[in-house]
Design a binder for this molecule. Sequence first.
Ligand code: NAP
Length: 541
Amino acid sequence: MQSSQTTDFDAIVVGAGFAGVALTHYLREAGLSLRVFDRAPDIGGTWAWNKYPGAATDSEGYYYCLTFSKEVLEEWTWSKRYPGWEETQNYLRFVADKFDMWPHLQFNTEITRAEYQADRGIWIVTTGDGATHTCRFFISGMGMISQPQIPNIPGQTTFKGPCFHSSRWPEGLEFAGKRVGIIGAGATTVQMLPEVAKTAASVTVFQRTPNFVMPAMQKPMTPEWEKEIKENYQEIIDKCRNHVFGMGFNPPSGRTVAESTPEEVQQVFEENWHGSFRWVFETFDDLLATPEANKAAADFIIEKMIKAKVEDPDTAELLTPKGYPLFAKRPPLDHGYYEAFNRDNVKLVDIKDYEPIVEITETGVRTTQNHHEFDIIVLATGFKAYTGALEAMDIVGEGGQILRDKWQDQSSSIMGVAVAGYPNFFMVTGPQAPFANLPTSIEQNAQWISECVKKMNAEGKQVFYPSATAEEEWTNLTAEIHAQTMMAEGDKVNSWMMGANREDRKARVLIFFGGAHVYYDKLKESSDAGFPELAFADTAA
Ligand code: NAP
């Protein structure tokens, strides 16, 4: 039985990236009518926005993908280990073409408000042009890292040239021969710098906190490698499903640094130095568990990446992370970042201790020591992760509470998929979901959501009410686990993984660090048990 209320769509989804595409598949399969809105002009989500030079996946492409179609896995070919944004966007186009998804997708349309109508058990969704649409289920597929964090630097609007956030790179921007200033030194800058430095007259990176940058070791896909992948795809999918970060990596090695000699540790580190985050998960099982093991890994990375690659010792010293463990900030992958600092046209400015930024001027960036002249300024200053996109619009639940207000001090949820007080509202990878290879998590969430609506339709239920008790339990469990991890030190270094990079909110627990595989088990248990975290009703209250 469908809703007793007539709505424009059974489901409205916001976001036409991996989540929107996965939801289109799973919800259509569940028999729902749906519309996916996106303010971007094209499919891709993250990959429709992050078009800066060098933007690429940090997961290897062959498991940074959706798995619901064996045919797509068979037919699609990745050109390299870490595909760039164009290729990833083309992959999503390929999926949308193959499954005729385009009629469901509406671009250039921002959702500004979604309000639950308690008496009717439906959502009224408003777009930027004031149009309204009704639906039974309102679903966020807006992505964990999509809402830009714009810094509050005085004078930002006075700069005469282009000054923009990295995820809003102007199409066709000519940077060859130009003086480019990049504020921020996170994963985005690590990818962007080597590309921009190739042709720019100069690039200056303003760094506050150095990162542990691990090697990507990009390489082309060969026919032999592709054959091996395609012959073993189910095994790769199973690895992702059973991995602590949803990655297609081998299971824990059974080795620990604690139980190995220093020589053995160095040998294992060396033998596994083949690029990607793999190294962290396939060498020793205690790298993220004990300070001693973590330090051994951190020292190895510093030696291999910074000391071996950066020629100027002062620059090397400035690029060396200090005072926080590996993974308290999400480590970027290197595509020539450190070597770029050996170029004559690249400069690193320490804005933490030596010359903090004072203001942006008409012609550049003024620090306490210098005025740096630029033609282009890039704000590679990160994102309001996990909650930012959900807080940017008015999501109004029962009793008129706006989600942004509910999350003022703590961003509670039930497994990152539902929120107490917000009936018939789902999130894909919302706060308190794990941080993982996103397509894996997205698909697990989309399956949980589609199973839930299938159950409701089969049993004639119109509304689900997420339980406040279940939310409290999940929030407590997430906080308890978080406190035991090294990621809890992220607030010392403004880690977005704790929202500690935001100027408008205090740091908080945003991520379930109990293991993505454990989380996927919990979703499955919930679905098998009939979703005990939700109270179902035949009609709206
Ligand atoms: P980020 O890691 O949060 O880095 C932002 C940078 O801007 C940091 O260096 C930060 O310094 C600096 N910053 C922030 N506010 C500032 C201010 N007011 N003044 C001066 N500096 C400021 O952001 P990101 O590089 O965009 O990456 C975010 C995440 O997006 C990544 O960790 C990753 O998960 C994802 N991402 C993924 C890929 C990929 O998979 N290929 C690529 C890019 C990004 P502090 O560190 O001192 O705060």
